[in-house]
Design a protein around this ligand. Structure first.
Ligand SMILES: [Ca+2]
Ligand SMILES: [Ca+2]
Ligand SMILES: [Ca+2]
Length: 175
């Protein structure tokens, strides 16, 4: 009889201990819940690709044409990061095209592409500093998992040579 009641007491103690552990875990969970970062406040990885169609005007023979393309290095964009990306392509030993844009994460967690521009340099070498044309492209907010594409045209406006030109297709997405 005594043994049975001891057993019952022991069982009761174990039940109380289990209850206390569950209660403590629940309190902890509530505490973590209130301190957890926003569900949208994660680092985003932006990737994509860029394709160029470039023409280099020549006053002898025929114009040169180049079609470089590349996958972009994935960029991590954290909450307070402001990233600037530059992509460069060359053509005909005289032309350099630079695509440049900023990436930042907005307060809603989405990623904005901003200050986008394409610069067209034409000169004695592909590494010249003669900026002959610039096109700015639109600021856009990327949606998760959705690709966004810009088609950007730039040409040699400075020297009025329309056969010096580039068309750029830039596609970005984040996950
Ligand atoms: Ca040329
Ligand atoms: Ca050339
Ligand atoms: Ca030039």
């Amino acid at each position: 009889m005594r043994k049975t009641s001891n057993k019952r007491r022991a069982r009761g103690r174990i039940l109380w201990q289990m209850f206390a552990i569950v209660a403590a875990a629940a309190i902890l969970a509530v505490g973590i819940g209130t301190q957890a970062p926003r569900a949208d406040a994660a680092t985003r990885t932006v990737n994509g690709n860029v394709f160029f169609r470039i023409m280099d005007w020549e006053n002898f023979g025929s114009n040169e044409r180049c079609y470089p393309g590349m996958a972009l290095t994935p960029r991590r964009v954290g909450i307070d990061d402001l990233r600037t990306v530059t992509v460069t392509a060359y053509c005909g030993n005289e032309i350099r095209v630079e695509v440049r844009y900023g990436l930042r994460q907005l307060s809603n967690g989405q990623v904005q592409v901003y200050r986008g521009r394409v610069d067209f340099f034409e000169g004695d070498t592909a590494y010249n500093g003669d900026l002959d044309g610039t096109t700015y492209f639109s600021t856009r907010t990327l949606r998760p998992g959705v690709s966004t594409t810009w088609n950007i045209h730039v040409q040699n406006w400075q020297e009025r040579q329309p056969d010096d030109r580039a068309d750029v297709t830039l596609t970005l997405r984040y996950r």
